[in-house]
Each structure stands twice: as C-alpha cells, then as structure tokens.
Write a protein that binds this ligand. Sequence first.
Ligand code: S3P
Length: 441
Amino acid sequence: MANEQYTTIKPLTSPLEGTVKVPGDKSISHRAVLLSAMAEGVSNLEGVLDSEDVRSSITAVEALGAKVELSVAEDGSLEGSIEGWGNAGPSQPDHEIDCGNSGTTARLLMGIIAPWDIEVTLTGDDSLKRRPMRRNTAPLMKMGARFKPAEADHLPITEIGNRALRAITYDAPMASAQLKTAVLLAGVFANGTTTLNEPAPSRNHTELMLPEFGVPTTAGTRVASVSGLTQMHASDIKVPGDPSSAAFIAVAAILKRGSDVTIENVSLNPARIGFVRTLERMGASIEERRTGAEGKEPSGTIHVSYSPSLHGCEVPSQHFASIIDEVPVLALVAAHAKGVTVFRGVAELRAKESDRLQAIIDGLEILGIDAWEEGDNLFVEGDPNLVVNSGLRFESHGDHRLAMTWSLVGLCGCAPVEVADFESVSVSYPNFLSDIEGLAN
Ligand code: S3P
C-alpha cells in the first residue's frame, strides 16, 4: 500500500493480570441493529458494539427509514432504541448505501432489501469492493430479487427487490453465516418455508435471534429454516461480549510470561469459541465457564494464563467455521509451539478483509517462522524458542484482525515492532490496545 502509516508497538513491561470485559459481539450487534430495523415497533438494545463496522449497519438502516436512537453508554457500548420500518417496509433511499469495510452489512442487507419494492445500490471501501458477493446474489436471484449487473461478484451492485419473493431450499456451497443469514432474512417475507443447508455449521446468531422477533425458525446442525410470510415484532436485545475480541486478550495472556486473566461476559456460543478448543489442544491453560445467557446466547467467563509448553496440533476442516476469524492469531500461537500445526480447509481466508492466508504466511516469515500453504491447508512450523528481533515491520493490509495479531508480537515479546495501518482495529475493537495495556499495569 502506498500511504501506509506505521505504529510502533512496544513490549508490555509487566504480565497481564486481572479481569477485563470485552466489547459487544460484532456479529450479534449487526443482527440486533438490522433485525430491529426490520421489525414493527420499538426495540431496546444494550451492549451494542460501538465500532466502524456496526456504525455502517446503523447508517444503512437509517437510510432505509429506521429511527435509530442509540447513544454511548458509560462502558463505551451503544444503548437505546430502534424503531423499525416494520410492515410498511423500508423506504427508497435517495443515495447509494456505503457499507464501509463491513461484509456483514453488505451481505445481510441484500437479504433485507430483497422482498421490498425498492432499488438500492450497495458499495463499500476498497477492501469490501474486492470481496465476493455472487455467493449471496445467486440464492436471492432464485428467490426473485434482481441485481445490476446480474452477474456481478463485486460491489457496487444495485439490487431491485420483489414483493412476490419465492421461498427456496438452498444448498450453500460454503459454510457462511452471512450467506445463510441473507437467505433466511429474505425468507421471512417469502411465502412458504425457506431452508438453507450448509456443508459445515456456521455461526447461528440469526437462528437464535429471529424467534425473539416473532419469526418461526427451526435450526439443526447444518440446516436452518424460516416460515414466511411473517410480521416481525420489536424485541429487547442485550449483546454479550465478543469472543473474537476475547481471543486477542487470551493469546496475549498465553504468550506473555506470568500472565493470568479472566475475561468476563463473553458469548460462549459453541460456534464461536473454537479457538478455546484449539488453544487447549495446543497445551494452553485456558477454560471457559458458563454463568448465564443473553437471550438464547450462552455467556460466561474465559480464564487464561501464561502457557510456556505449547505444541502443534491438527485443526480439521470441520472446525474451520468456528475459528474463521481467529486463524491469524492462532497461527501466531502456532509459531510459538513445538512442532507443526495444520489448519485444514482454510481457502476462504483469501476472501476476508484481506487475503489473510497470504498475509499470515508473509507475517510469519518476517518472524523467521516457516509457514506454507498446501492444497487448502495452512501449515505452521513453530519454534518454542522464538526470539523477536528488533526492527520488525508488519503489514496489516488495513485488516483489523491482522493489525491486532501482529501487534501482539510487539506487546508480548522483548522488542518493539511496527504495524502498518494499526488504526484499522477500530473496525471491531477500538479499545484493543488500552484494554491490553490496562491489564499489564
Ligand atoms: C460473520 C460471518 C463470518 C465471519 C465474519 C462475520 C457474520 O463470515 O468471518 O467476520 O457476522 O455472519 P462468513 O459468513 O463469510 O463466513
């Protein structure tokens, strides 16, 4: 990238100790905002993540006619109400909708727009414009929505909704919660039962939340259905902490000598805490404890401490969806482990906010660690005696999860590192650095 800004990340001077509460879950926050906007009446929301991605969803639903009254609470989350467009449907926006960096906003909106008589152009930043969209437009076209250009795989794309949407049964080519959710949200307003089958279980927040808004929903391990036509009614949603953000704190504690941390009020949805299982299998000292639930989302604490004897492990492709956003930071742990770690079936990483597969291999090479791709699999040959040299410079490609991953090299090692476009952390975890530094005081 031409105009990259580098941030120097210095080593923490003491271990991480104490308790921390991570910000609200990004996936659940998007859904709370979007489903409230679709529903009839006023929904009350608490604990919503205040980040650039969620703000993209908020701006989008405002452009479509929802009345959003969310403000920043004492703990930094967003709370307040959203009055949805409900049975009247969304209004025709007078400009294109910019989804920023947020794939979730763009892909879920495609399902939301599909059943209404409006024509909406969706666009995004340079990263989002490079990400595949045909996976979403294909099933929505089968349901009767139209797209211009019809064959487009990349934003900007104009969607033309259809009041007479058809219910479908769709076999998704990949496990993607964004694809599944778009089809289910369109299906709420299609006559009949819309069913989505997926090759492996993806995160199920939509299936758990739709019944709270009055939508008859059934869900199995690799299948979910909604019955339409339904009228959605308002609901009250409390968003638990984000396990994907918790993963960065957990890895910091695992790598920084002497650390012992408890992360509170995290979503413990099994579809999201694959990283805990993987870290356990690598010999890390980490365990979760369920203490309650927010709606149908299980929540609790994660306790994690410094883990000096890590070993490589094999992560089968069936587990990929449950660690999809954590592979970069897990690859960094693998770099510190004895032996080879294999992440199977990870080709989808190429279609994230950046080409994360290549970025992991390149970043680990800077660290002096051998990592390579073979078939759809990522191999990392770890070194338990890894020493971080001074002067290392990492590219984040403007990708929040890469920025946080490489910053952990500096924070937990003995030499400062430079990370390009570190500010991208504001996409999902704006207070990442201050939360980690707060634990090391
Ligand atoms: C998300 C689903 C996942 C995940 C993304 C958020 C969601 O993407 O990587 O960060 O909120 O539905 P895919 O649907 O592409 O797997």
